[in-house]
Structures are given as structure tokens and as C-alpha cells.
Design a protein around this ligand. Sequence first.
Ligand code: PLP
Length: 435
Amino acid sequence: MLPKIYTNVPGERSLAWGKRLGEVECRNTTYLAEDWPIFWERADGVNVWDVDGNRFLDMTSGFGVAGLGYGFTAEALRRQSDVLLHAMGDVHPARVKVELCEVLSKITYEKWEDKKGKCLFGNSGFEAVEAALKTAVLATGRAGILSFEGGYHGLGYGALLGQGIGWFREPFEGQIAKVTQRLKFPREEEGLDDFLEQLTKVDGSKIGAVLVEPIQGRGGIVVPPEGFLAALREWCNKVGAVLIFDEIYTGFWRTGKMFACEWDNKAREDSRGSVVVPDLICLGKALSGGFPISVCVGRAEVMDAWPESGGEALHTSTFLGNPMGCAMALEAIRRYQETETESLVREAAEKLESGLRKLESLGMVKEVRGRGLMMGVEMDCGERVLDLTKALLREGVIVLPDGPKGDVLALTPPLGISSEEIDFSMELLRNLIEF
Ligand SMILES: Cc1ncc(COP(=O)(O)O)c(C=O)c1O
């Protein structure tokens, strides 16, 4: 449904909630200003309603979580919450944890190479990344990490090792081990040559993990050149490092394939597609459609670097494999596997991209880029994107700035967004930019 505004945005109620929050929440969490934020009351499909009754179109899917739209896994949550809210994840687990592990194995390593995958669950996305980094240390005995400028892997201390947006790391640098080497993330139009040259200079004997997003999200929606992932795969094979794809953002159709690593390998155009198979893949966000659950899935022989448990797990957490998260993820994956999902995403993606391409001729638009329903509009400066973000909100459309300088307007709508909703937001965007 298209937006409908009843009061100013933010309305009086949102402003009042903002005032209350400012007194009791840690600074630097929720951004509070005279014209920001709105407080959410409920959401359904592509829409969000705020406490003032205004209806918005969410072009972010709530940080990429809402997958096929808000509420598409709510019934699974209701059913599960009637019977079991919590179990003892690594001691006496819920049955649904087993089912989810089996399904995750099927849609990754069993599909890609007829081998089992094994799972290690977390709550937030960064925990899946940390589980992957620990796995790499156990598998290789090497602490070194190769990651990328502009890469975003979450903000836990372990995940900060891979963080490629400097200002997230800087205040905490004193507590972060100096084990990471960062390379420039190549852009599609640059080709691979410079990157391959940089890669030859890296001392592979020190690197245990290569941590990379197949398409950078928070780094400003950056698509690498074709062959990039395949080159990393080859390099990891050569030096014996573990290749980790962080698909927390790109996973579950966001880029037009179930996983973004299924785009990249010309050498492997067989019946399974052109997938570059990582040793470990990190998933979160759209995995459940709204419950904090994440997972590191790995090729079984790599995951088996973890020793057999003698009763006390070396890595776990209180809520590991929470049954509500597992039930929602099972339902989400069932829906993602329906045959119509692919065409739904393809049609919406084509519509969104063609709408955005029409903006390229406008002076202050530097570039339109992305893949599938993960698109970015780079503008001439970050202030412009912030102004646009706020102006769009006032008209009923939720978007976010991205990129280290905040100069990219990111658009990652729910996969089921309609053509009418895309047209509406494109027209609005054009009018606001021209104005
Ligand atoms: C690629 C990627 N990895 C990891 C994370 C961290 O996930 P979370 O914020 O759930 O910890 C994010 C969050 O935006 C992400 O985009």
C-alpha cells in the first residue's frame, strides 16, 4: 500500500517518545533530532505505521530483515510461541534446531557440492561472523585476517577485526588485535587487474581467514568485478586460508539469487549455476524475517575443526538456536524456496533498476549501482543524502544513507514490493532531487 500521512512527520507523538528516550537510552544509539525519528507502532507487508497513525512505505525492509515483507513468518512464531519459547540450546536443544540445521545444509553445501554443511548459531549477525573467525583459527592455526576497506561485519569486538569502515573501529582500536590486513574492495567498473596485483603482495602464510561481502552493503552498495569471488577462492586454495562469505545482508534473494555467491563463477557454469563455494557462509537478517537469529554454515570438514564436545561447549550462548527463531527461519526458507519467489524478485528488481537509471542524468547523482533489490544512488555529498532521506520520510518513504561518507542512498525494499509502490517512490525521489 502507498503511504498515507495524517499528521506531520515526525508527528507530535513520535516527538514525545523521542524526548522520553533521550533521557534513558545510551547516547549514540538512536539518532534523535527535531525531525527524526518516527516511532513504529506496527508493520505489515511493505508498510509501517507510526505512533501518530501515518503509513509509510519501507524501502529498507528494516535493515534487510523483512524479506518477503513484515509479518511473513509471524504465524510460525505464533505457533511456536504457544508451545516452546526457549530451550537449552547446546545442552537439551529444541527439535526445531535440528530441522533448521538440516534445511540450512540442504540449501547451501548439499546444493552446491553434495556435501553436508554444519551450523553454528548466533543471535545477531556479528556473532555469526565471530563464529566464522573462530572456526578459521581452529581450522588453520593462523590468526591473520584478510578483509576489505568499506566492509561491514557488525560491531562486536571480534567482528570489528574485519571492519572496513574506520570510524566504527577507531575509539576501540586499543583493544583490537593487529591481525588484519585490508585491501581495497574493487568496483565493478575497475576490473580485476589492480586487485589481483594487490593480492599477490599479501603474505598468505599468515592469513587464516578471508572475510568478504560478495556485494558490500553498508559500505555503499558496491558490486565487485565479475571473477572477484572466484579469484579469492583460488587464492585461499593456494595459501590454505578459509574463505568466509558474509551474506548477512546479501543472502535470501536480496541480490536476485538465493545467495550472492551464486552469481560469480564463469568456470563453474554447470547445472548448479555459477556458484563460488565459500568454506563458511554467514547468514542473519532475512533468515527469520524478524527474530534475532544468525548462523555460520560451513563445509562439514572445515567445521569439524571444532573439537568434539566433552560436555562444555567451547562456543555457545544462552539463546543459541532459540526455538522461535528456528521456527521462523524454517518458515522463511520454505517461502524463499517457492518457485514464484525468483520471478517476484526479478520483476521488482528490473522495475527498480530502470526507475533509478532514469535519475542518472540528474546533476547531483553520481552513480546508480547495485544488483537485484539491493540498489544504491551515490550523490555528490552526504548532506544531500541526509536531506533526501528526511524529505522522503516526510512524504512517507523510509530509506537510509549508506557508505563510509553517507553519500549513498540505499534502497533494499521487501522482495514482494509492487510495481505501483516502486513507481510511487521513484517519482517522489525524482521530484525531490530535481527540487
Ligand atoms: C554484511 C553484514 N554483516 C554483518 C552485519 C551485522 O549484523 P548485526 O547488526 O545483526 O550484528 C551486518 C549488518 O548490517 C551486515 O550488513
